[in-house]
Design a protein around this ligand. Structure first.
Ligand SMILES: [Zn+2]
Length: 315
């Protein structure tokens, strides 16, 4: 990927184990066999940023994975979990942080790729972090139009006074969905507008030094965002969340699945399949340019022994 500015900063990035769940293949890829299932991780990522001028350190998490214990999920989610077995929420993100010597209070920001149950963990475990969600996330609370057992959103999920919803793509400034408290303590500029970065049409340069870009990645669910991290001068990692659930979709070997529910409705794991396809197309271009792509349920990345040292605490 061509750097916009060679003097840009870099970050440290680690993966964190945050639970596993089992996906029936027919809901995710086409063609598929009816009873094939795959147990996949729900990965969380830790990013450490050091300000090049002040030396200030900020740590952020991208997604929190599964909630431990799962009995802390609301009943509709617990019912859905029955269809995703085998499932384990241990070790969760807090244990995985501890494995590398960090505590929840060391985390300044928790950024959600989106608020499906398998990415939100337990916000109560991070009582002092600021939460960041993508544009349109708040429209999901109380929304009854989305189908499927995974589309249940807890009204009080996002901590009051500690949550920032990024601006809609044509707005100028970040929308605060709850009152601002000590967000100013985190010297991050949220009130910027979306800008193109390389081939990505809409990004927010979190620290304004090119090291962490939040990327508008529409299609899967309103508010779905990705993250591009610069880990070395010429090396980028793209965290794709649920833009893609199976590497064979990226390679073109498989298509995004559709299926009919009990009442004959055509369903898709992405709320807007056309948008999801455009997002995947942009990710393919990044990969072709040498950017490493990791998605939240990336079982092949997780199982590749070359990546074991990249889990926090394993170095
Ligand atoms: Zn997911």
């Amino acid at each position: 990927m061509v750097s916009v500015n060679d003097s840009q900063n870099c970050v440290q990035l680690h993966a964190l184990q945050a639970g596993h769940l089992t996906l029936p293949e027919r809901f995710f890829v086409h063609p598929s066999s009816d009873n094939l299932k795959t147990t996949v991780p729900s990965l969380s990522f830790l990013i450490k940023h050091t300000d090049s001028k002040s030396g200030n350190i900020h740590r952020l998490l991208f997604d929190l994975g599964l909630r431990h214990p799962t009995t802390k999920y609301p009943q509709p989610v617990q019912n859905h979990i029955g269809t995703r077995q085998p499932l384990t929420a241990y070790p969760d993100v807090v244990q995985s942080l501890e494995h590398g010597g960090l505590k929840p209070n060391d985390i300044d920001l928790v950024i959600y790729s989106h608020i499906h149950w398998d990415h939100i963990g337990d916000p109560e475990s991070f009582p002092n972090s600021t939460f960041v969600v993508g544009p349109g996330t708040s429209s999901l609370f109380g929304n009854k139009s989305l189908r499927g057992g995974h589309s249940f959103f807890e009204e009080n999920l996002l901590p009051e006074g500690r949550t920032i919803e990024l601006p809609s793509v044509d707005d100028k400034r970040a929308t605060k969905i709850t009152q601002q408290s000590d967000i100013s303590a985190v010297d991050i500029k949220f009130n910027q507008s979306w800008r193109p970065y390389g081939r990505l049409p809409r990004t927010i340069d979190l620290f304004q030094d090119g090291s962490v870009l939040l990327v508008d990645a529409p299609g899967h669910l309103p508010g779905h965002i990705n993250l591009l991290a610069r880990i070395q001068q010429e090396k980028y990692v793209y965290l794709a969340g649920d833009a893609c659930h199976d590497r064979r979709i990226l390679t073109g070997e498989k298509q995004i699945a559709d299926w009919l529910d009990d009442s004959g409705h055509v369903c898709c794991i992405h709320v807007d399949k056309t948008e999801a396809q455009s997002t995947i197309e942009r990710i393919r271009i990044l990969e072709a340019e040498g950017v490493e792509i990791i998605f939240a349920h990336d079982v092949s990345w997780e199982q590749d022994t070359k990546n074991s040292h990249r889990f926090f605490g394993n170095a």
